[in-house]
Ligand binder design. Structure first.
Ligand code: NAP
Length: 249
């Protein structure tokens, strides 16, 4: 019987876990452990890093993993590289389940930047009310542009207060809607949004809200993805698992 390891932390990973549980497949969902209260899952969960490529190789072997599905966030580039390397070393079949990036539509006012440093450079200039829709990991870097007032939205209340001189903090894990995000932007007088090009439906509300309000967006493009088989759909993974079984792997 197959024994699937899902690298998670995304809605896609949770959707795949549900689909596999419904089919009675054996699967484990792996979290990095960044969130205090991960969503309840219909499959067993493990939490924490593996210890680099060698740790993941050991885990795949010790647990008898037969299929590795990388459903991490498109910006989790290190984990995705490790997954490809460990799959290669062990011969465990590997696929990436990822969301297609957002593409600018009519009315979008995006400035594309390659990374956080690029976003900081794009924020040089007079004080603005900036919504930093980035999660908590990179927020402190924005202290380098301290003139702005930042609106932050985190899944969990932080243990240590964000290191930004002027900010407001909203704790909310979504799901977010365009109407509510427009209301939030209006309430805080937002005049610029900084976002990663995460893709997918769940995080898109703020992008549509910015478009509707005519607000500029500093869009951080994705890091390069490793060469790997990719699907954008849970169904694509299920098909791959079926095909993999037919090939006897
Ligand atoms: P990352 O930089 O690619 O990974 C850093 C390290 O965290 C990895 O080397 C690995 O540690 C551990 N790790 C990451 N994902 C893991 C997983 N699913 N299971 C077990 N260990 C994992 O990743 P990140 O950007 O910090 O993201 C961490 C988690 O948050 C991921 O699960 C990702 O899907 C989720 N997430 C990230 C973002 C984002 O914007 N980056 C947004 C939403 C959700 P070892 O080397 O010790 O194995």
């Amino acid at each position: 019987m197959s024994n699937i390891l899902i690298l998670g932390g995304t809605t896609e990973a949770s959707a795949l876990a549900s689909a596999l549980a419904e089919r009675g497949a054996r699967a484990v969902l792996s979290y990095a452990g960044r969130t205090d209260r991960p969503r309840a899952q219909p499959v067993p969960v493990r939490v924490g890093g593996f210890g680099g490529v060698s740790g993941l190789v050991r885990h795949l072997r010790d647990e008898g993993v037969t299929h590795l599905v990388d459903a991490t966030h498109p910006f989790a580039a290190t984990m995705s590289e490790h997954a490809v390397a460990a799959a290669r070393e062990t011969g465990v079949p590997h696929i990436m389940l990822t969301r297609p990036p957002w593409i600018a539509a009519e009315g979008d006012r995006w400035t594309h930047v390659p990374d956080i440093a690029g976003a900081l450079a794009a924020l040089k200039g007079p004080a603005r009310n900036v919504m930093l829709a980035l999660g908590r990991m990179h927020v402190d870097a924005f202290a380098a542009q301290p003139q702005h007032h930042y609106l932050l939205r985190f899944v969990d209340a932080p243990v240590v207060a964000p290191g930004l001189p002027r900010h407001a903090l909203v704790i909310d894990r979504g799901p977010f809607t365009v109407e509510r995000d427009m209301g939030l932007m209006r309430d805080h007088g937002i005049d610029c949004v900084v976002s990663k090009n995460a893709g997918g439906g769940g995080a898109q509300a703020k992008i549509i809200a910015a478009r509707t309000l005519g607000l500029p967006v500093v869009m951080i493009d994705r890091p390069p993805a490793p060469a790997a088989q990719v699907t954008h759909e849970v169904a694509g993974v299920l098909e791959w698992l079926g095909h993999a079984a037919e090939r006897g792997v």
